[in-house]
Design a protein. Structure first.
Lengths: 294, 191
């Protein structure tokens, strides 16, 4: 369980890192290394060069922009989990982070690393797809960006090209007055890879009518999926309407099958979790609305 | 590659291959064998060390990545040679270890938790050690050990409840709000 030899380079600027990544197809970026290092140890990956981007100042920090919170790629998951800005403005991200790995892996693992790794069952990519985040990229030609839905292509497969690296994730902020989040996942053990997970974010008006809704499921297909439940807009998210909308959109979604869970099981679990997530989000948003009124 | 690391408050240098993990460097170059090599791919937690005070798997970090951080191994916890830290002592006291393989990692994870709070809930303790696998104890005594240590740490620098004036909640001190467990009778432990 030891890595094959590699050359280690720690560039001082993002431009230098991109040039190094572009110049050698056997070069890989490393930040927290919580997925890459096990792959190196098991020799599932044998890069000739590791380009350490963990300390690049351009990739650090959490900041607000108009209508969005931009989380730097090398923001450690443990930092994001405790960050007051993320808790207040992107509650869905704050909600899922305790489910990412274990405390010691969150202390090193980064938000951008989880995005670039693109595990179909990973929670941070699920948040990005569900909320419609933008993945910010550093390329040899300068910054660019791509919607999360187009970024994830398949298991561990993204739209990222050689010489590019994820620089930040831009999570949209919902400005509605009362927002609620719901999240559930099923796995063999807590914090293990999820067989299925569902994340919902809901906004309600004063009368308890839904003014915004997003639903995503992870672990089911070969990448996180955003499900269109827009028919629920304007309803009070009663159980019947929710069940109808979720079944309509999720009953025929692509699901993968493996030793642990069949495609049909994954789909059924995802539908149930999706309904529960919307219900939990509605309850939470309702509680916020009450608190706001009082 | 030459690396300069801060380990247990001391600066040390080593000449290592880039592929050498922090774990192997601690064990082979610095003879700090308290960090144990278990699975070597980030699952078991036996190699846990503190990096800037937070638990991290030393098998998932290369030594060349570790310069500039404050690294603490189990050898760095005891207050003096031949002594035990409060948490180490609590593990002995409550039989929180059997074979001892996971123990350094467990104690360092618990240490980081108790740096943040002296009144952890059972859930917080379980979450803090969730990345550390133990195949002997069934975890019961480990949770007990951490609760016991928390209780001792809470009292070590706190006003005794009977000395707290009525109407004075003790807020502002690290004194507990109400009566506390006696250190030798951790009766509140829920199994």
């Amino acid at each position: 369980m030891k890595s094959a030899p590699f050359e280690y380079i720690r560039p001082l600027s993002l431009a230098e890192a991109c040039a190094l990544l572009a110049g050698d197809e056997d070069a890989r970026a490393i930040a927290g290394g919580q997925t890459l290092v096990p792959m190196l140890a098991m020799r599932l990956a044998r890069p000739a060069k590791l380009i350490d981007i963990m300390r690049l100042p351009e990739l650090a920090g959490i900041r607000t922009e108009r209508g969005a919170v931009v989380v730097g790629a090398t923001t450690r998951q443990a930092i994001a989990e405790r960050d007051p800005l993320i808790r207040a403005r992107v509650p869905a991200l704050a909600r899922v982070l305790p489910w990412v790995g274990h405390p010691p892996t969150r202390n090193r693992g980064t938000v951008g690393g989880s995005i670039a790794n693109a595990d179909p069952s990973a929670e941070i990519p699920l948040v990005a797809v569900t909320l419609g985040a933008e993945i910010m990229l550093a390329t040899p030609d300068g910054p660019s960006s791509i919607p999360a839905d187009d970024f994830f292509i398949g298991p561990m497969l993204t739209a990222i090209a050689p010489g590019e690296c994820v620089s930040a994730v831009k999570f949209p902020v919902w400005e509605h007055r009362s927002i609620g989040v719901g999240f559930f996942e099923v796995s063999a053990r807590r914090s293990d890879f999820a067989f299925a997970s569902a994340l919902a974010q809901v906004a309600l008006d004063e009368d308890g009518r839904c003014t915004g809704i997003a639903l995503g499921v992870g672990g089911v297909g070969d990448r996180p999926l955003r499900l269109d439940v827009s028919p629920l807009l304007g309803t009070r998210l009663d159980a019947t309407s929710v069940a109808e909308a979720v079944h309509a959109v999720a009953s025929d979604m692509d699901a993968s099958s493996d030793l642990h869970a069949s495609a049909s099981y994954r789909r059924r679990v995802a539908i149930t979790l999706g309904k529960r997530a919307i219900e939990q989000a509605r309850t939470e948003a309702g509680a916020h609305a009450l608190k706001g009124a009082a | 590659m030459k690396v300069e690391l801060r380990v247990n408050g001391v600066s040390r240098t080593a000449d290592v291959e880039p592929r050498k993990t922090l774990l192997d460097t601690l064990r082979e170059n610095f003879l700090l064998n308290g960090a144990h090599a278990g699975c070597e791919h980030g699952v078991c937690g036996a190699c846990t060390v503190l990096v800037d005070g937070e638990p991290v798997r030393s098998c998932l970090m290369f030594a060349v990545q570790a310069d500039g951080y404050e690294i603490t191994t189990i050898e760095g916890l005891a207050p003096a040679p031949g002594e035990l830290s409060v948490i180490q002592d609590a593990f002995c006291e409550t039989h929180g270890l059997q074979c001892g393989y996971c123990t350094p990692g467990m104690i360092l994870s618990a240490h980081a938790l108790l740096q943040h709070t002296h009144t952890p809930s059972r859930e917080e303790i379980v979450e803090a050690i969730s990345g550390n696998i133990c195949r002997c104890t069934g975890y019961g005594q480990i949770v007990e050990a951490v609760q016991f240590a928390a209780d001792r740490l809470q009292k070590s620098n706190a006003l005794r409840p009977e000395h707290v004036r009525p109407g004075h909640s003790g807020a502002g001190h690290d004194a507990p709000e109400e009566g506390v467990l006696e250190a030798d009778a951790p009766t509140e432990i829920v199994r």
